[in-house]
Design a protein around this ligand. Structure first.
Ligand SMILES: C[S@@+](CC[C@H](N)C(=O)[O-])C[C@H]1O[C@@H](n2cnc3c(N)ncnc32)[C@H](O)[C@@H]1O
Ligand code: SF4
Length: 447
């Protein structure tokens, strides 16, 4: 990759954690649709559950998650009531015979919850849903909040995978992003979980943050590798200050440019591969024995996953559900979420019904994001004649591919090693909504 090539292709594009992306959702999908979709799930359906805890102690200036800072526990305690009600309503709508294969507690910071609330919520899920004995139950953790009592409660409810936010250990970077967190605090939290038998650990890092350099990112990564996590995710900083006001606290003059961002991500990937990690998709790395490296890769709102459930059901403010018929998203503001759950038992504010073209394109984009390729035979087997529209798009990509990002043959459409770095750009060529997307400022740089 040359600096010129990177500069030419860097563009604001979706991360394709869904297709269509959430900015194309509308109020056409209602609570009644959602109830109908849940009732239509077949007996024995495999379910994945997502629980959103939209609170943090403080807002990190770079944060792109749906969360808010709370200085008292009251708003968090109040949130437990609608969340419990929503869980109860939905458990009464899905078929009695189902099995939950994945549960993810995300945020925000689920470790803002007091141990008793962690236990109550975990027990309620077990009471209301049939959870597979081998289910993966994961939680996102802000290490600055964690106590031994919380670790105990999470282990007690069966959490078996933990994702810990680090971002960067460099103090100058931490000051510039409003998040101070020592290596020692982080190491203590890893230890807290390992001691309780929760050995599957992921650590999140971010590159492209203010004052970061290849050297500073390397130092952070070396410290992270010394903790020996099973997985490491390396996200490119998504800077969207027009949409996310708190990001205006970040000094834009201190942000690395696209060529420097690329140098940082390339160095981090190289070091991780040297350290024995396998690269998965765009930004995830895992030990060879980790399920992310051994099972088929899929993509959902949390990024890369092995989750192959028939439906994803989201609980809590802003949570998104994916059912065979479409996406349904809960109200984002907590007070509105509360009002809707009190009135209707669920909190759907918007969503999207899949067209047959959506399911085809969603499949192509997911395969490209996960495998950097798709097979023509497979596409025709699944979608029949409809695969022709993808063939036409693929031919157009090849015709305009002056930089050799793709290889298209009788068997498969593949990204070259250059194309893999620019996978979001190639996916965009198969995105039927993007050309109509007037809100390009919603997406961050593709490199
Ligand atoms: C919900 S947070 C993780 C848990 C916990 N709240 C914490 O921060 O430690 C999810 C992850 O998203 C990533 N993230 C947040 N904002 C981002 C942004 N603007 N650009 C890229 N990655 C971001 C961070 O790596 C963060 O750890
Ligand atoms: S990065 Fe994590 S702790 Fe920081 S504001 Fe976002 S969700 Fe909260």
């Amino acid at each position: 990759m040359t600096p010129d090539l990177i500069q030419r292709h860097a563009a604001p594009l979706p991360r394709y954690t869904s297709y269509p992306t959430a900015n194309h959702f509308s109020a056409k999908v209602t609570a009644a649709d959602y109830r109908g979709w849940l009732a239509d799930l077949p007996e024995g359906a495999a379910l994945s559950l997502y629980l959103h805890i939209p609170f943090c102690k403080e807002l990190c200036w770079y944060c792109g998650c749906s969360t808010k800072a709370v200085h008292r526990y009251d708003p968090v305690a109040d949130y437990m009531q609608p969340l419990g009600r929503e869980i109860e309503t939905i458990s009464g709508l899905v078929p009695a015979k189902h099995r939950v294969t994945h549960i993810h507690w995300g945020g925000g910071s689920p470790d803002i919850l007091k141990p008793d609330d962690i236990l109550r919520l975990g027990r309620l899920m077990r009471e209301k849903f049939v959870i597979d004995p081998g289910a993966e139950i994961a939680v996102e953790i802000d290490p600055r909040l964690m106590t031994e009592e919380q670790a105990h409660a999470f282990a007690d409810i069966g959490i078996n995978r933990v994702s810990i936010g680090v971002q960067d250990f460099d103090v100058a970077v931490q000051r510039a992003i409003g998040r101070m967190q020592s290596y020692e605090t982080t190491a203590a939290v890893v230890e807290m979980f390992r001691r309780r038998g929760v050995t599957s650990i992921n650590i999140d890092l971010v590159y492209g943050l203010p004052h970061q350099t290849v050297e500073s990112c390397t130092r952070t990564l070396e410290q992270v590798i010394s903790l020996n996590p099973d997985r490491i995710a390396i996200f490119g900083y998504a800077h969207l200050p027009e949409r996310l006001k708190h990001q205006r606290l970040i000094d834009e003059k201190a942000l690395p440019g696209v060529v420097e961002r690329f140098a940082q991500s390339s160095k981090l990937s190289e070091l991780l591969i040297e350290a024995g990690y396998t690269q998965l998709g765009l930004d995830h790395f895992a030990r060879a024995a980790d399920s992310l490296a051994t099972k088929a890769l899929a993509r959902n709102f949390q990024g890369y996953t092995t989750d192959a459930a028939d439906a994803l059901i989201g609980f809590g403010a802003s949570a998104i559900s994916r059912l065979p018929q479409g996406f349904a998203q809960n109200s984002v503001p907590v007070d509105e979420y509360f009002r809707r759950v009190s009135a209707e038992g669920v909190a759907i504010a918007r969503g999207h019904c899949f067209t047959s073209d959506d399911t085809l394109r969603a499949y192509v984009i997911e395969r490209l994001m996960c495998d950097f390729a798709f097979s023509w035979d497979d596409l025709v087997r699944r979608f029949g004649e409809r695969a022709e529209s993808i063939r036409l798009d693929a031919e157009a990509v090849v015709a305009g591919d002056a930089d050799h990002l793709v290889d298209n043959s009788e068997e498969a459409f593949r990204l070259t090693s250059r194309g893999k770095v620019l996978v979001r750009n190639v996916c965009a060529a198969f995105d039927a909504y993007l050309t109509r997307d007037v809100a390009r400022r919603r997406h961050a740089l593709s490199v």
